[in-house]
Design a protein. Structure first.
Lengths: 501, 469
């Protein structure tokens, strides 16, 4: 019986104009955009590779250790083709130094771009699905019950010994099967395009992640189909059902996400918590500065001159850069000379002595400041943005977006994985300096007795988190979508068994 | 004709879609007004503070003498925020609100680089981890929501009547077909306009009664034009709806076609075309720019050092060489910055030309130019800045040549006039908006939109004349 019902529904759905049109449009949009997105990704990959090479070159040309600011690049994520998330927006180039624990707020754009082009909007595959699949699902659902009721066929079907639940289930299964066709077909084409592109190499993990995106898309589709079915169950006429469905679509997809964030005030003025954290960080550095000055005053060299009167071809600077919004405050100093005159030979041991004290002390202070800053950044910037993300999830569109971003690894957590790796790498670089005894060495600030040796500097490599972690991050939203589906189905069932035909 | 329009109207007024459209548009417009009232006074306040900061900056340097003023430059120049920002602010966040007329690069023991005009770029998203969404402005409400509403009001206007058989009934009366079509069009038009006008009125009422925002006569004129654009745009979608509705037998099919057309043209076309255009015109990496800048500077400075030490210290010849070095360097670097800016602008122009195929881009561009925000306005601002910078430099030259004791050598303190400069005499920068220029840039787009409307209207007419009942 069930198969007969499903077969009938399938036939009804497949032979419609809307099915053909939806299939065509989805295929067209996905293929056209995938081509563009792949080109865009290749461009970004090229920029990344150039940038890595430049930085590799640059650091090896530095003559002293103190001048060596290691720069690290963030590779573009190939799955950003599916959901770009934060991948293109956040900085992809960051400096590593002993005086600061780097965060994503210090990252810069390496790039190559024309900032004015940002005024043009961008797109990804999930965005296409988000808009088109939801619209299709509603178009398939709005007349599923109301239409049959109007035509009187529902009464006819119910004269047979069929359970109402079975009818609903048959409708759901067959419509979902129909809706899966454009989804899977377009994804298949996109995958063919992706795998035939030489510059993109997808591993097993990536295929699993894409599988996760497909699964989430199906859950999303199901939610929207059931919303349509619910509207169809509660309305008497198809015309009304259609209007309601369209406005619900407009409200959920178009209006809600934009409206809800517009109502939340976002201000550039740091809040009290951030201000107090910033002052605390500043105090830590002030204390460091006092100790530094004390050292200079009490060491064997007369006066408080941090350059020890050393001068030559090269430069010295010291300052405390700050950014109150991102709670950045640090002691930035550099002293580097290519050639040193004979006459400074007496001062050199003093300088060596000073740097042997100064740099470890800077590292320690940076760690202390980081502990405060980490918590404060979490409490202010990250928490605020997470609250907005949560608000967006009141619409299934938000859940879908969040889950697919998590699968692709372009969500905030995925991008922050990179910065965690960067912080670890910083530790490795510092250890490297310690092992070389670089801070106490003459090569820290002068290159006259041989330039700094960068050959054994550990290289940075970043591997995206494993697919289990992606799944862990995506699962809550995916489960939410599935629960919503189940709940909607139960409600529709209750409405439908009580309704009069 | 009026009978038909009236019948159509009363049909629509009682329908569910009318109520839903009213609620939706009202809610959006109200949010828009409230958000604007919350943010705009702060913005204006900040601009005022910055302008007075600019004037203080000039006054401080003028009192130090002409060299200081000529070396420091006028400082940051700020873009005046538009009072009509609630109409369109989408791209405003992506454009810098200032030009840097005081960009310094180097100083040596005796010389300092002269200021140049640089164009900082706004990078609003770099440090923020917030989710990104479209701003709810008039451009969004008209471009996306109103167009969808217009389609939902017309998709069954002809096919629905044919399905019910009432079309045959109407046409059996001695009325020409075009009268029926115009009547239907008018009816649909008025029924879409009512919720829209209502929402616009509420929006403007909230904004104009608040004390924080002041709209002058010109702003109201601009609002009138924006409203006219919105009406034209609505007509476009009404005509499209009628065209499809006349060609198609069943209203369900008509709606599916219309929705897909809407999705493709309104939602996807701008982004897809923008990705294509943005990619094809992508310029070289930024470090190319800094490398070129370094190279130019190094060439100049090595040439300078070879000539500088040949002259005795304190001689006029030496001062002349110093001055020539500083001024030439500033000139070269500024040209480099300007060339980059022009290249970027040309790229955006190309990209924007391609995206004009989509009506929603046209209408958003139009609203932006009349609201005094967006790219065209930014260009106007840059032009104002460049005019002012010329004026400022002329002032320096004129003041210097008015002093007979000066050596008239720019770039060095000893070569320039030592007389104090009165701060009042120095030209001040005040950004302005000019409506006639907006008209000029918008004319093409306005004509394009009108063309679209006419084509679709005549299409709808032809389709309806030939329709079999």
């Amino acid at each position: 019986m069930m198969t007969t019902l499903i077969g009938r529904e399938l036939l009804n759905n497949l032979m419609t104009f809307r099915f053909a049109a939806a299939l065509l449009i989805t295929l067209l949009l996905v293929v056209a955009n995938t081509v563009v997105l792949i080109k865009d990704y290749e461009q970004r990959l090229k920029d990344y590779n150039t940038s890595v090479q430049t930085h590799h070159q640059e650091i090896r040309e530095k003559e002293t250790y103190s001048a060596g600011e290691v720069e690290v690049d963030r590779p573009p994520n190939p799955l950003s083709i599916f959901n770009v998330g934060l991948d293109k927006r956040l900085g992809n180039e960051i400096w590593i130094a002993h005086n600061n624990v780097p965060t994503l707020w210090e990252a810069r754009m390496n790039a190559s771009d024309n900032p004015y082009l940002n005024i043009l909007s961008s797109i990804d595959i999930v965005f296409i699905f988000k808009v088109v699949l939801s619209l299709m699902a509603l178009l398939f659902a709005y007349d599923a019950l109301a239409g049959e009721r109007e035509q009187g066929t529902l009464r006819l079907v119910l004269t047979h010994p069929v359970r109402r639940g079975h009818i609903l289930l048959a409708k759901y299964i067959s419509a979902m099967l129909c809706l899966l066709v454009p989804l899977l077909l377009s994804l298949l084409l996109a995958m063919i395009l992706l795998t035939t592109t030489a510059s993109i190499s997808l591993g097993t993990d990536d295929f699993l992640r894409i599988g996760g995106i497909v699964l989430t898309s199906i859950a999303y589709l199901s939610v929207f189909y059931l919303i349509g079915l619910f509207i169809s169950a509660v309305t008497q006429r198809t015309g009304t059902a259609l209007m309601l469905a369209m406005f619900v679509w407009g409200a959920l997809v178009l209006v809600y996400p934009n409206l809800i964030l517009a109502t939340i005030r976002s201000s550039d003025i740091p809040e009290a918590k951030a201000v107090s954290a910033f002052n605390e960080i500043k105090q830590v550095w002030d204390e460091f500065d006092r100790e530094r000055k004390h050292f200079l005053a009490t060491d064997a060299f007369p006066g408080e001159d941090p350059t020890f009167n050393i001068n030559g071809m090269g430069f010295f600077y010291e300052h405390f850069p700050e950014n109150r919004l991102t709670l950045l405050y640090l002691y930035n100093s550099m002293m580097t000379f290519g050639e040193l005159d004979e006459k400074f030979e007496e001062e050199v041991p003093h300088a060596q002595n000073y740097f042997q004290f100064l740099i470890p002390s800077t590292i320690k202070t940076a760690e202390r400041a980081w502990l405060i800053r980490k918590q404060a950044l979490e409490d202010t910037l990250v928490q605020k943005s997470n609250m907005k993300r949560t608000l967006l999830k009141f619409s299934p569109v938000g859940m879908y977006d969040a889950a697919t971003q998590a699968w692709a690894g372009t969500d905030l957590k995925g991008v922050r994985d990179f910065f965690d790796a960067v912080r670890q790498y910083r530790q490795t670089v510092i250890d490297y300096f310690y092992n070389k005894n670089a801070f106490a060495s003459r090569k820290w600030f002068a290159a006259d007795e041989g330039a700094a040796d960068w050959r054994t500097l550990p290289t940075f490599s970043f591997k995206r988190s494993s697919v289990e972690i992606n799944a862990n991050r995506a699962l809550p939203d995916l489960l939410l979508l599935l629960t919503m589906s189940l709940l909607l189905f139960m409600i529709i069932f209750l409405v439908f068994i009580k309704s009069e035909v | 004709m009026w009978h038909i329009a009236k019948r159509e109207l009363s049909n629509n007024l009682n329908s569910l879609r009318f109520a839903l459209a009213t609620v939706l548009l009202l809610g959006l417009m109200l949010t828009n007004a409230i958000v604007h009232l919350r943010e705009h006074p702060e913005r204006v306040q900040r601009y005022r503070e910055r302008v007075s900061g600019h004037q203080n900056h000039i006054a401080a340097h003028a009192s130090n003498g002409l060299y200081d003023l000529a070396q420091e430059g006028p400082g940051n120049l700020y873009k005046k925020p538009s009072d009509l920002r609630f109409c369109a602010e989408g791209s405003e966040t992506f454009m810098s609100d200032r030009a840097q007329a005081g960009y310094h690069r180097w100083s040596t023991g005796t010389l300092k680089s002269f200021w140049i005009l640089a164009y900082p770029s706004a990078t609003p998203n770099r440090d923020n981890v917030r989710p990104e969404v479209t701003k709810v402005d008039w451009g969004f409400i008209i471009g996306y929501v109103l167009s969808l509403v217009a389609l939902l009001f017309t998709f069954d206007s002809i096919s629905g009547e044919r399905e019910r058989g009432t079309l045959r009934l109407t046409l059996s009366n001695p009325i020409p077909r075009h009268t029926v079509l115009i009547g239907k069009f008018l009816g649909a038009f008025i029924s879409v306009s009512i919720p829209f006008i209502l929402a616009v009125l509420v929006n403007l009422l909230v904004i104009s009664t608040s004390s924080g925002v002041h709209l002058d006569a010109e702003a109201w004129g601009r609002l009138g034009i924006i409203f006219f654009v919105a009406v034209l745009y609505t007509c476009l979608f009404l005509a499209l709806g009628m065209l499809v509705s006349a060609r198609v037998q069943r209203s369900a099919v008509s709606l599916v076609i219309l929705l897909l057309v809407w999705v493709v043209f309104v939602v996807f076309m701008p982004s897809t075309l923008a990705s294509i255009a943005g990619r094809s015109t992508s310029s070289g990496p930024t470090y190319d720019f800094s490398e070129r800048s370094w190279k130019l500077h190094n060439e100049l400075s090595s040439d300078y050092y070879s000539r500088h030490y040949k002259e005795p210290e304190g001689s006029t010849k030496r001062i002349e060489i110093d001055g020539a070095y500083v001024t030439k360097d500033a000139e070269q670097q500024e040209q480099l910055h300007e060339a980059r800016l022009n290249r970027r602008i040309a790229e955006v122009h190309r990209a924007r030309t391609i995206t004009r195929i989509s009506p929603v881009t046209i209408v958003q561009n139009l609203i932006e130019s009349f609201a005094g925000t967006g790219f065209e306005r930014h260009l106007q601002f840059l032009e104002n800045v460049q005019t002012y910078v010329r004026e400022f430099r002329t002032f320096i030259v004129d003041t210097d040549s008015a002093d007979p004791e000066s050596l008239h050598i720019f770039g060095v303190r000893t070569g320039m006039s030592q007389e104090p400069v009165s701060p009042e005499a120095v030209p001040k920068f005040e950004d302005t908006l000019n409506l006639s220029k907006d008209f000029n840039t918008a004319a093409t787009e306005l004509l394009l939109l009108t063309l679209f409307v006419l084509v679709l209207l005549s299409g709808a007419y032809l389709a309806f004349v030939r329709v079999e009942v």
